[in-house]
Design a protein around this ligand. Structure first.
Ligand SMILES: [Zn+2]
Length: 301
């Protein structure tokens, strides 16, 4: 690596920073060597965080003339990498100023903040640091290459990419929804209740199912015989389980795939295919057919 912090001077947005980093380091390998990159960009050290109740921190001064990244001890590698990316974001984004003198401290919630209310400066910094971390660990150009190779979305593919990029399944699901050309949403389920929902806001319709309520009746989640760690088939469900279908309009196709996980978690993928006006039904492969064809290719590898 030969990038220096000077190359990034005066760049204020996560997108601008990541674009510049990738321009200077076009051959950045996967998984992105985030620790090496942080040290190359003048972070002095990555040390253990001693403060209870936080995931990560950054020791710095108002002019960001120095930086030490702190990470909670004992967290698994994908989470540690995301935290380092997040703190590196605070270090590099020009207008991030810690609310406590000389130190950023970031909680688990901060590391999940994806939107901020108008005027909430602190939340806005967290949102930007998370965006920076996602973009640098899962560069959209690399994701698009992966989607070209496997155009049919699936949880199998999400999990495979999470391994390849060394990020958590949830972090990958979030970027997958954002950058995949298909209209997708991912629902994190905990103990049978709807938790965080990730979807591409410009392509996927609003998900009606509310947080902390049971997974809607009729979802594939309730299918018998699902095994932990093994994604179900992709199967179409009634779209109005999850989204509002305006009366008088042709209903879209909504497909679901579910994977039960440990400790009462599950991940659901929703795949929304708009109803085409003059669609030749017989010529169109259903989502399930396409998924089966892709599975056959996986098995052939
Ligand atoms: Zn933070």
């Amino acid at each position: 690596m030969d990038i220096s912090r000077m190359d990034l001077a005066d760049t204020g947005s996560p997108e601008g920073l990541v674009t510049l980093i990738l321009k200077h380091e076009p051959n950045l390998p996967l998984p992105v060597p985030i620790e090496e990159l942080a040290l190359q960009l003048e972070v002095e050290e990555i040390a253990e965080l001693q403060t209870e109740g936080f995931e990560g921190g950054l020791i710095t001064d108002t002019h960001r003339s120095r930086g030490i990244i702190l990470v909670k001890k004992g967290v698994i590698q994908p989470r540690r990498r995301f935290t380092i990316g997040h703190e590196l974001g605070h270090f590099l984004i020009a207008n991030h100023i810690p609310d406590k003198a000389g130190q950023f401290l970031c909680s688990r919630e901060d590391l999940r903040t994806l939107s901020a209310k108008e005027g909430d400066r602190r939340a806005k910094m967290e949102v930007e640091a998370n965006r920076f971390s996602s973009l640098i660990l899962m560069p959209p150009t690399k994701l698009r290459e992966a989607f070209k190779k496997h155009p049919t979305p699936s949880l199998e593919h999400v999990f495979q990419l999470a391994d390849q990029f060394d990020v958590s399944k949830e972090a990958m699901a979030r970027s997958y929804a954002d950058y995949h050309p298909e209209a997708l949403a991912f629902i994190v389920v905990k103990d049978g209740k709807v938790g965080r929902v990730y979807h591409n806001r410009s392509r996927f319709p609003f998900v009606v199912a509310s947080r902390n309520k049971s997974v809607p009746y009729g979802s594939l989640f309730y299918r018998k015989g699902l095994q932990i760690g093994v994604p179900s088939e992709i199967d179409s469900r009634l779209p109005d389980i999850w989204i509002e279908v305006p009366r008088g309009q042709r209903a879209p196709t909504m497909s679901e795939q579910v994977c039960l996980q440990k400790n009462g978690f599950a991940l659901i993928m929703l795949w929304h295919e708009r109803a085409e006006e003059d669609e030749e039904e017989s010529e169109d492969m259903t989502a399930r057919d396409r998924w089966r064809a892709q599975q056959a290719r996986y098995d052939g590898n």
